[in-house]
Design a protein around this ligand. Structure first.
Ligand SMILES: NC(=O)c1ccc[n+]([C@@H]2O[C@H](COP(=O)([O-])OP(=O)(O)OC[C@H]3O[C@@H](n4cnc5c(N)ncnc54)[C@H](OP(=O)(O)O)[C@@H]3O)[C@@H](O)[C@H]2O)c1
Length: 312
């Protein structure tokens, strides 16, 4: 009998990308996908169960008992960092309490848990690339809930793989790349923060390495990001450059650098901007050492990714 993998969050940008890669790469697991309630457009593959709200912890338990997965892949999360500051209860139950249920179920049922986490569990005060063991010190509520989830997983005693990544983008919205492309097309000027640093990472990149780590039976925490780093401002300039190549006929907005503080002031009438780490640069040395290969730079990964989809 083929072992079962159960994917939560199959409608998210990472979830959708994982499904596509899962089908490409043969795996020892069959894949079942669970999503909240939105229809998938051009859905490529395996069976999907609608209507699972992982915030309903009893229902979550019931689903785990029904499916009896050998591998749980959790790509579901409350990912709106600014909204999480206000919508705390929901962010906490989705990002932390539901993960606790998954981890405890995995421990009791000898299943593996693959969970996705973030650079935001750290403070961003270090100017060095952050290794996996760097202490947690989240600066916003989203980061706090993701940090709590990591702790729950480690305390549960289950076999786990935690993949931390950052600045995720894909052909599926919402993400910085698609938002920026839209603004560049329709605005005259765009302000972009120039004092936060991180590693842009495509969902394709994360999916490929996640499956490799799973197939290699790896456990523990891994930072899955390309090499190098940049600021949001420089990333926006790179997006603009690529867009001008894809669409030479378009007039694109200019990009102005702005500090995080001034950006928050600019937005404050519309919504509360959560504080974010300044230096959220994840080190991928552990991954590179395991695979005994150099991990490509984010610019190369970005250029490759843009061969797969149009910015606009
Ligand atoms: N985005 C980033 O920049 C970033 C950076 C670092 C780490 N991460 C982590 O990477 C993982 C994937 O992120 P992503 O960008 O793919 O997120 P995403 O596109 O926002 O997808 C999250 C998925 O979770 C689902 N979900 C939310 N609440 C749920 C609930 N109560 N019950 C069931 N499903 C629920 C959503 O369902 P609907 O589609 O139906 O709303 C969505 O499909 C997350 O763990 C995130 O924390 C993301």
């Amino acid at each position: 009998m083929v072992a079962k993998a159960l994917l939560f969050g199959s409608n998210g940008q990472l979830g959708k990308t994982l499904i596509a890669h899962y089908q490409e790469q043969s795996s020892e697991y069959s894949l079942d996908c669970l999503r909240l309630d939105k229809p998938l457009i051009n859905y490529p593959g395996p069976s999907v169960t609608d209507g699972l709200n992982i915030a309903d912890l009893a229902q979550l338990c019931q689903v785990l008992n029904q499916h009896q997965p050998s591998l749980i892949i959790n790509a579901a999360a409350y990912t709106n960092v600014d909204k999480a500051e206000i919508d705390r209860e929901k962010a906490n139950v989705v990002n932390a309490e539901a993960v606790k249920v998954m981890a405890e179920w995995a421990a009791q049922n000898h299943a593996r848990l693959c969970h996705f986490s973030t650079d935001y569990v750290m403070s961003g005060l270090s100017r060095e690339p952050l290794i996996e063991s760097y202490p947690h010190q989240p600066m916003n509520y989203y980061g706090y809930t993701k940090s709590l989830a990591e702790q729950y997983i480690q305390q549960s005693g289950c076999e786990f793989l935690i993949i931390r990544t950052s600045w995720l983008y894909s052909q599926y919205s919402p993400n910085f790349v698609l938002t920026m492309a839209h603004l560049l097309r329709y605005k005259q000027h765009v302000f972009v923060v120039d004092d936060q640093w991180g590693v842009p990472t495509s969902a394709t990149f994360v999916s490929r390495y996640t499956l490799q780590l799973l197939q290699a039976q790896q456990q523990g925490i891994y930072h899955v990001v390309p090499s190098g780093y940049t600021s949001w401002y420089e990333f926006a300039l790179k997006i603009r450059l690529m867009m001008s190549k894809q669409y030479p006929e378009l007039t694109l907005a200019s990009i102005e650098p702005i500090s995080s503080r001034d950006y928050a002031k600019l937005q404050q009438e519309k919504y509360q901007v959560a504080e974010r780490p300044r230096y959220a640069i994840l080190s991928n040395t552990k991954l590179a050492t395991l695979l005994a290969k150099k991990i490509p730079d984010w610019t190369l990964a970005f250029e490759n990714e843009l061969r797969l989809f149009k910015l606009f």
